[in-house]
Design a protein around this ligand. Structure first.
Ligand code: ADP
Ligand code: MG
Length: 269
């Protein structure tokens, strides 16, 4: 990870600080299908955690459980040491406190594989929408921040364009600006480059590397092992709903311990 910090960077935290996100022994099923079978994960402030694993191993589900887009049936989810409060048990378990859910979600911004920009809003309006409508922040202040973020991701000239007028790489960079405009405590990326042609992936990779260099807290689900190796402080290999192996990238990619991970890496690298 790039150790250089910029003026806007959040300094990496002292080890004693509460993790931004922690998951403890999480279980999630879709009806009879057990998808997450007891996963624990910690994202310390300023760290990048990458989640790798085969298609269907549960990466997206785990990420969506983190910001409560999906319910889980057992285990704890903590945001800065504050645990989600639940009501009900097992299949009936749901978050008990809507205000808490909103607070968690707005602090953990998600970037999706398919960008998910609103097609009826301009690029600038896409970036401004949630801070204005969800957080109730003053429009002028949000607009200034949105324009600066679009500049930062290299599409400052596209403010008035519609999403359909942008390339996939530009749309994904707009989606990253939109996530950042919420001023979240962490960013959750779900395969942000997988829907892009190879030549467009690099422009998104560059933005993600810049964010890692600023010591943003991130959980990154990716198929791009080179990206995971370059930006991560910690890599988690998920297999069949369980953490099969984890460690620093040099260890995971350079000296995989399990046959499963060796097989996965030889198929993807
Ligand atoms: P990954 O992101 O690692 O490819 P997913 O988290 O998308 O894996 O999926 C894990 C498993 O959960 C797969 O078997 C998938 O078919 C199943 N699954 C995902 N979403 C749903 C859903 N909404 N309903 C039922 N099964 C689902
Ligand atoms: Mg997925």
């Amino acid at each position: 990870m790039n150790s250089q910090t910029t003026a806007s960077a959040t300094p990496a935290a002292a080890a004693s600080e509460a993790p931004v996100i922690a998951i403890r022994d999480l279980h999630k099923s879709y009806g009879p299908l057990d998808v997450i079978k007891g996963v624990s994960l910690t994202a310390p402030r300023g760290h990048v955690i990458s989640l790798i694993g085969s298609s269907g191993s549960g990466k997206s589900t785990l990420l969506r459980c983190c910001n409560l887009l999906e319910n889980s049936q057992q285990g704890d989810i903590l945001f800065e040491d504050e645990a989600v409060r639940w009501k009900g048990r097992g299949q009936d378990r749901v978050p008990a406190d809507r205000a808490q859910v909103t607070r968690f979600r707005t602090n953990l911004s998600m970037v999706f594989q398919q960008f998910n920009l609103w097609s009826h809003l301009s690029i600038l309006q896409n970036v401004m929408e949630a801070p204005v409508t969800v957080l109730g922040q003053p429009r002028a202040e949000v607009e200034a921040r949105a324009r600066a973020l679009l500049d930062k991701v290299g599409i400052g000239s596209k403010c008035d364009a519609w999403p359909a007028q942008l390339s996939g790489g530009q749309q994904q960079r707009a989606a990253i600006a939109r996530a950042l405009c919420m001023q979240p405590k962490a960013l959750l990326f779900d395969e942000p480059t997988s829907a892009l042609d190879p030549e467009l992936q690099q422009e998104v990779v560059r933005v993600i590397k810049d964010l890692a260099g600023e010591h943003r807290t991130m959980i990154l689900v990716t198929h791009d092992m080179r990206l995971a190796a370059d930006v991560s402080d910690h890599v988690v290999f998920l297999h069949d709903g369980l953490v099969a192996e984890q460690g620093p990238p040099a260890q995971l990619f350079g000296d995989p311990q399990s046959e499963r991970l060796r097989r996965f890496l030889s198929a993807t690298m």
